[in-house]
Design a protein around this ligand. Sequence first.
Ligand code: SAM
Length: 458
Amino acid sequence: MWLRFQVSDEVYTVTIGATVPTGFENTAAEEVQEKIGANAKISKDRGRIYFQITTDKLSQVHHLRSVDNLFVVVEEYDNYQFKDSKEETLEDLQKLASKLPWSDALKVWNMNTTLKKKRGPHRQPQGPRELEAPTADQGEGAGGVRTPALEILGEQQEVPGQELGAKVLKFRVTCNRAGDKHSFSSNEAARDFGGAVQELFQWKADMTKFDIEVLLNIHNVEMVIGIALTEESLHRRNITHFGPTTLRSTLCYGMLRLCKPQASDVILDPMCGTGAIPLEGAIEWQQAFYLAGDNNDMAVSRTVNNICHIQKKRRDKGSISGLPIDTVQWDLCHLPMRTSSVDIIITDMPFGKRMGSRKNNWDLYPSCLKEMARVTRPGSGKAVILTQDKKCFQKAISRMGGLWRKHHTVWVNVGGLHAGVFLLKRTLGIFGQIAEDSREGKESKPHEEKPGEERKKE
Ligand SMILES: C[S@@+](CC[C@H](N)C(=O)[O-])C[C@H]1O[C@@H](n2cnc3c(N)ncnc32)[C@H](O)[C@@H]1O
């Protein structure tokens, strides 16, 4: 197969796929609409969205805050007819490779390589691999830059990589498969489809040091073939000093969007851990002010280090404004804050698994909901709380109808655990003047979820 990587200003439309934190697909679609002006389609396969862009907008997709990984779609099938037998299916996948419309997707991959090259050498991970953070900068798009791919394959002419005597592209195929009606395994699909791709392009297979990653995403009868545009997840962007339960910045972004921060809001994360939530807020919603606190001195120093790292990066890029965030060591059950002084509380409570214990949560959750109610403004205050200890949380909140009203729940997956992000609204009840378990919350009944409603959304 002859490949043409043209250096041109041609603008065309391609479909971009993005993996997003499970449960926050709608939030991600909203962000895409807001920042790129594209309507995103939410895949049946939870945790994915698809949207179309013109290629001049390629650099913008790297600035989305709710997406983890990005890829350009080569072809998508809503109802791919997998054969019953493994042999026939794998043979079909092999045949498919040469029939796919690779050209535009490969040109986008090539443009993307240009963008990556322009932002300089890849940063080495300092923390756990899955929590590492890249950044993406504006690039020049398709025009005028000699990219690694062009160096490899020759410019403005049709060339087979190997005959040029130039470096041959290395690639791998990754198959993500969900569904129990397939006669083949992910490895078998990746191997056989990969073999056909290799034959087609004369690329060299390399599972670890690859230039191109071809994706084969199969979900029941839906199949999408794509080319990866990110080497590592974009959620690894803010944190350099990790803790045992550091949240993905993309999930933090989704939580922050739920509470719609406004200019001059005072926003508190009273159990900040490494500061992932308030740091994402301070970067993205800079008109609000953030307080990050924790009772653990190691957590506090991690947060300070993470903030300092981002401040330094910003200064190095010429920014003179500091981030609107302070860090405090405190016990959440006795916050050094005035009553009714906070607009939003946004936090990730100990699940009682890797952090704290289920037994302690029975005391901790009611005490902290009460103290949070004291410091938030009656009538307008909000809280967005992530926890996997749903039973304990639901029980605690059901006894605080006088102070908190449960407004909305998003079910998410945190490291394989099924957790809830609960949006609470502070009632008009004045702290200390209304019984916390009174039925004052009843007045806002129309907004409450009916029993079982949350489960149906899963
Ligand atoms: C699940 S972790 C938060 C992780 C954080 N979102 C991050 O991304 O790193 C919960 C945090 O609550 C803190 N914590 C537990 N009890 C507390 C209390 N009474 N007061 C303040 N912080 C507390 C723990 O030290 C821990 O850092």
